[in-house]
Design a protein around this ligand. Structure first.
Ligand code: SF4
Length: 703
C-alpha cells in the first residue's frame, strides 16, 4: 500500500469516528496498549473548533487491542464455536461460502449489507464488489434507517439530496430556526453552540419534540406533539400561513411549481383539528407561525423524529412546503436541511452501497448512469444488476431467497426494527461473513469474522452533514492481525476471479470514485486528498476543471440561483396527514418512541466497550411520565416490562415530567432484554422504505 503515513509522535489531524458532525481532532500516538493514542485539540477545524463530546474524546479507547478483534475467527463445524484462523483460511472460507451460494442458488441469493460509518472509498468499493464480483442486486446499508426519508423528500422538492444545503456557520446568522425531532444536546453536543449563537444574535429557536429535552429547554418555543403527528403539525402551520396572509407570493411565483395543490392539501388542516391530532394548543401553533413568518430568514432542520416514520417522506415534504411558501429556501441564510446522523451517512448514500444507486448519486435504473459507471469499471452496462431491496426488506429476506450475507460496519441484531425477527432471520442464513472491529452481537452469529482496521489506522474520506468532504489520515499502525475493509475486498475479489479492479490503496480507490462520480449529482471529480487537507474540507458538487483552469471552489451553498430540478424551480408536493402504521388501542395504549443518549452511539458496538461511556450510560431505561408510572405502579429505577406486538423488553423506569403522559421513550443502544428494537415496528415509508422506528403502540407493566 502506497498511502501509509508512517506513525509519528506529531499529532495527526483527523476526525471523530462517530456521528455526522465529523468533529475535527488531532491524534497523538501514545505508547500504551490500553490507550494507543491521545486526542489533542484541533481548534482550526471550523465545524467544532476543538470541541468534542465524550464519545469523540474517548474514541481512542476502542483502538486498544484489549477490546477488539485482532485475528480472524471461523466457526468450527464440530463444536459450533468461533475459533481463531489465519487470514488465508478465513478469506478462503468467505470466498467459498459466497461462491457456493451463487452456484447453487444464483447471484441474488448472496446479499451485502453495509454501513453509514464506512468511508466513501469503502462504500464505493463495496457497491462495486456486490455488483461486479457477486453480480447481486441485493445490497443495501444501515444508512437507510438514518436518512432515507429526508433524502427522498429532498429529491422530490429540490432535485438533489444533500443533508444541509448550507454550512453550519450560516445557522447562527438566520432569523428563526425550527428544529424538528432533533436532540442536538445529546446527539451532537458541539453543534449546540450554533443554536446558542443564534439566540445571542437575536434569532429565534422553535423546537418540535414530544420530550422536553435539553435541546428543547434552549428553545423560545417548544412544541410537544404526540409522536407520529409532525406531518399534521407542519400542515397546520402552513394552513395558518395561508389564512393569515403570510405566503411569500413573489417567491412562490418565481421559484416554485405546484403551490395550488399543496395549499389545497393544507387548507383541510385547520388549527383546532391539528390541535386534536397533535396535542399542540392552537395559540402555540399561531405563535410558531408568527415567529417563523416574520423573520427575514429562516431554516427548518429535521432529524430522525419526523423522518423515521412510515410517512417520513411526506412529513419532511410538509416542512419543505412550509419553507417554500414563506420564501425561506433558495435564499441566503434560509432553507430546509436534514441533520444526518451517522459518521458518513451522507457520503455512504452517494457512492453505491444503497440498493438503487450508483456512485455520484446516480440512479441504477438510469441507462446513461449505468453506461457512465460501467465505462469507468470497464464492463458492459448490461452486466450491472438492477435495483435491489431496501435494508429491512433485505434483512427480512435472509434465510429465504437470500441465503448468504457479507456484512460490513453494521450491527442489525441491535439496530434493525423488529430486532428479534431480524436476529432469527440472520440465524437462518446458510452463510454469514462479518467484517468488524469488535465481536458485535451480529458478528457473534457469523460463520467467519474478519477483524478490520479502525478510523485512526487507515486513510479515507467521509462527507459530513454539510456535504463537506473530509479526510481522515492514518495516524497509527494497526495491530498485527487486522486488515482494512479495502484489503478484505481486494483479497476476496482476487479469490473470486477479479485480480484487478479492487485496489486496497484508498487514494487509488478515491481516484476511481472521482471518475465514476464525474458529471453526476454528487460530483467529486475536482476533489483531491491534497485539496481537502489544504481547505479544511471541500463541499460537493465540485467538478474537475479543464487543464490550465482554476480549481472549482466547491459548493458550500446550494440552490441560491436555481434548484436542481430540470427547470430550476422547487416542487411543492401535496401531502395530507395520516395516522401511524400502528395506533394505540385498548390492548397497547401507550406510544413508544426511541432515540439516543449522549454517551452511547448507535448499536453501541464501539461505545459500550469504553468504560467511561458505560459508567455514564450503563444500560437501557424506560422514560415515562409520573402519571403513567403511577398508573402501572412503578417507582423510579424499578424494572418496567414493555410489550409490543413484536416482543417484550425490560428496563428500569426513569420518571420525569419532561415527557408526555401518553408516551414512553427508550434509547436503542443495547442488546439483551433492554433492546428497544425488539419492540419497534418495521412498517415502511412507501417512498424511502424507512422503517417506523419513532412510533409504535406498547403496553407497560411492572416487571
Ligand atoms: Fe464525535 Fe459526533 Fe461527538 Fe463530534 S459530536 S465528537 S463527531 S460523536
Amino acid at each position: 500500500m502506497s498511502e501509509v503515513t508512517a506513525p509519528t509522535a506529531a499529532p495527526v489531524p483527523t476526525h471523530c469516528p462517530y456521528c455526522a458532525l465529523q468533529c475535527g481532532m488531532n491524534l497523538r500516538p501514545a505508547a500504551s496498549e490500553e490507550l494507543p493514542a491521545e486526542v489533542v485539540d484541533r481548534t482550526d477545524f471550523p465545524v467544532n473548533r476543538g470541541a468534542l463530546c465524550g464519545k469523540g474524546r474517548t474514541a481512542p479507547a476502542v483502538l486498544s487491542s484489549r477490546v477488539r478483534l485482532t485475528e480472524p475467527l471461523v466457526r468450527c463445524p464440530d463444536t459450533g464455536a468461533l475459533k481463531p484462523a489465519t487470514w488465508e483460511e478465513a478469506l478462503s472460507a468467505v470466498a467459498e461460502g459466497l461462491h457456493r451460494t451463487r452456484a447453487d442458488h444464483g447471484s441474488d441469493a448472496v446479499g451485502v449489507f453495509g454501513g453509514g460509518g464506512l468511508t466513501n472509498e469503502k462504500a464505493y468499493a463495496l457497491g462495486k464488489f456486490a455488483r461486479l464480483v457477486l453480480g447481486t442486486s441485493q445490497i443495501d446499508y444501515n444508512g437507510r434507517f438514518c436518512m432515507s426519508s429526508a433524502a427522498a423528500a429532498h429529491q422530490r422538492a429540490f432535485g438533489l439530496d444533500r443533508g444541509l444545503p448550507f454550512p453550519l456557520e450560516d445557522v447562527p446568522k438566520t432569523g428563526c430556526v425550527i428544529l424538528v425531532g432533533s436532540n442536538l444536546a445529546e446527539t451532537m453536543p458541539p453543534a449546540l453552540r450554533y443554536l446558542t449563537e443564534l439566540k445571542e444574535n437575536g434569532g429565534r429557536l422553535i423546537v418540535v419534540d414530544p420530550r422536553r429535552t435539553r435541546t428543547a429547554e434552549q428553545a423560545d418555543l417548544h412544541l410537544a406533539p404526540r409522536p407520529g403527528t409532525d406531518l399534521a403539525l407542519a400542515l397546520g402551520m402552513l394552513h395558518l400561513v395561508v389564512a393569515e396572509g403570510r405566503v411569500d407570493e413573489e417567491f412562490v411565483a418565481a421559484r416554485t411549481e405546484g403551490w395550488e395543490a399543496a395549499r389545497a392539501g393544507a387548507m383541510s388542516h385547520w388549527p383546532e383539528h391539528v390541535e386534536r391530532i397533535t396535542g399542540v394548543p392552537v395559540p402555540q401553533l399561531r405563535e410558531a407561525v408568527r415567529m417563523f413568518s416574520e423573520a427575514d430568514s429562516g431554516m427548518v432542520l429535521t432529524a430522525r423524529g419526523p423522518e423515521q416514520q412510515s410517512k417520513g417522506t411526506d412529513t419532511v415534504g410538509a416542512w419543505i412546503n412550509l419553507c417554500l411558501a414563506t420564501g425561506k429556501a433558495g435564499r441566503p441564510l434560509s432553507g430546509y436541511g436534514c441533520l444526518t446522523g451517522q459518521g458518513n451517512g451522507q457520503g455512504g448514500r452517494e457512492h453505491g452501497q444503497k440498493a438503487d444507486q450508483l456512485p455520484g448519486y446516480r440512479k441504477l435504473d438510469d441507462p446513461a448512469a449505468r453506461a457512465h459507471v460501467a465505462g469507468v469499471w470497464g464492463v458492459d452496462p448490461d452486466v450491472l444488476p438492477g435495483p435491489g431491496r431496501s435494508a429491512y426488506e433485505l434483512l427480512d429476506a435472509l434465510g429465504g431467497d437470500v441465503k448468504a450475507l457479507l456484512l460490513m460496519g453494521s450491527n442489525p441484531v441491535v439496530s434493525a426494527p423488529r430486532a428479534a425477527h431480524v436476529e432469527e432471520r440472520i440465524r437462518s442464513l446458510d452463510f454469514l461473513a462479518v467484517a468488524d472491529v469488535v465481536l458485535s452481537e451480529t458478528a457473534e452469529l457469523a460463520d467467519v469474522v474478519l477483524p478490520v482496521t479502525q478510523w485512526a489506522e487507515e486513510t479515507g474520506t467521509t462527507t459530513n452533514l454539510e456535504g463537506r468532504v473530509l479526510l481522515r489520515r492514518r495516524a497509527l499502525t494497526p495491530p498485527p492481525g487486522v486488515r482494512s475493509d479495502l484489503e478484505v475486498l481486494h483479497g476476496l475479489a482476487a479469490l473470486l476471479g477479479w485480480e484487478k479492479g479492487f485496489p486496497a490503496d484508498p487514494e487509488e480507490v478515491f481516484g476511481e470514485l472521482r471518475r465514476a462520480s464525474a458529471g453526476g449529482p454528487a460530483d467529486y471529480s475536482g476533489i483531491s486528498y491534497r485539496r481537502i487537507e489544504e481547505e479544511q474540507g471541500v463541499f460537493w458538487p465540485c467538478p474537475e476543471t479543464g487543464e490550465g483552469e482554476a480549481d472549482h471552489a466547491g459548493t458550500p451553498r446550494l440552490f441560491l440561483d436555481r434548484f436542481a430540478t430540470p427547470d430550476g424551480r422547487a416542487r411543492f408536493v401535496p401531502v395530507v396527514h395520516r395516522a401511524a402504521a400502528e395506533e394505540t388501542d385498548a390492548e397497547y395504549p401507550v406510544v413508544l418512541t426511541t432515540g439516543r443518549v449522549v454517551s452511547q452511539y448507535q448499536s453501541g458496538a464501539q461505545t459500550r466497550r469504553v468504560a467511561e461511556l458505560n459508567a455514564a450510560a450503563p444500560g437501557a431505561f424506560v422514560e415515562l411520565h409520573p402519571r403513567l408510572a403511577e398508573r402501572i405502579g412503578v417507582a423510579e429505577g424499578e424494572p418496567v416490562a414493555v410489550f409490543s406486538r413484536r416482543g417484550k423488553a425490560v428496563a428500569p423506569a426513569r420518571i420525569t415530567t419532561a415527557i408526555r403522559p401518553d408516551t414512553v421513550f427508550m434509547p436503542f443502544h443495547w442488546a439483551g432484554e433492554g433492546r428497544a428494537n425488539t419492540l419497534t415496528n418495521p412498517a415502511l415509508d412507501p417512498v424511502s422504505r424507512m422503517p417506523e422506528f419513532k412510533v409504535c403502540a406498547v403496553r407497560l407493566e411492572r416487571a
